[in-house]
Design a protein around this ligand. Structure first.
Ligand code: 3PG
Length: 205
């Protein structure tokens, strides 16, 4: 299955930075109970890979993906850990080759029309748009829908409760992502009640 089909039902995907792999399962269970059934665990910390592994094995109903993928070698690692999809802020030839070889659903990032068209040529009809707010935001995505209607986006970067609906109201936005749902500070405090509140509100968007 490709990422566009895999993520078609999602509207809001929490992007999480996990410092302590012990927090992964309680976090995933909190999000799931709050109505969010996909999570992007970023490879920005040493615990990221183990967090993916634990969620994949202990919270099977959660659609777990790996985020901030930058190097081709990371693809095999996240697939072995159980990631069901991968997300990158951009793409490189090596990365694109690696995800194709691994047959791992992939959401590559694009910010310009040329980047979007190159990825569309390769069949990527779902692309990440990051950093969304400072790259033109919802207004940019609305404008690009006219000349490039085949591509749908997963914008992240600077999105939160105040501007989420600007993006979600666009026909070329499949889902939005962001760290506001499970902020690293709340996670470090293991404040799963506060995260549940953010997640419940996000699930209603
Ligand atoms: C990402 O990788 O998608 C971003 O770090 C999420 O951006 P945010 O922290 O501004 O939500």
């Amino acid at each position: 299955m490709n990422a566009a089909d895999l993520l078609a039902r999602q509207r809001v995907v929490p992007v999480v930075v996990i410092d302590n792999a012990d927090d992964a399962v309680p976090l995933a269970k909190t999000l799931l109970a709050s109505g969010l059934d996909a999570i992007e665990v970023t490879l920005r910390t040493g615990a990221g890979l183990e967090a993916i592994e634990r969620i994949a094995s202990e919270v099977p109903d959660m659609l777990v993906g790996a985020g901030s993928i930058r190097r081709a070698a990371q693809v095999a690692e996240v697939k072995a850990a159980g990631a069901l999809f991968a997300v990158s802020p951009g793409s490189s030839d090596a990365l694109l080759e690696s995800v194709a070889d691994a047959e791992l659903p992939f959401v590559p990032g694009a910010v310009t029309a040329s980047e979007t068209l190159k990825l569309l040529d390769l069949g990527y009809t779902l692309q990440k748009f990051f950093p969304a707010e400072i790259s033109g935001g919802a207004a940019y995505l609305k404008a690009i829908a006219a000349p490039i209607p085949e591509v749908s986006f997963m914008p992240t970067g600077g999105i939160g409760p105040d501007n989420a609906s600007d993006y979600l109201s666009l026909a070329n936005v499949t889902c939005i992502g962001g760290s506001w749902i499970a902020p690293p500070a709340l996670l470090r405090e293991k404040n799963f009640d506060a995260i549940a509140e953010f997640a419940t509100a996000a699930a209603k968007l």
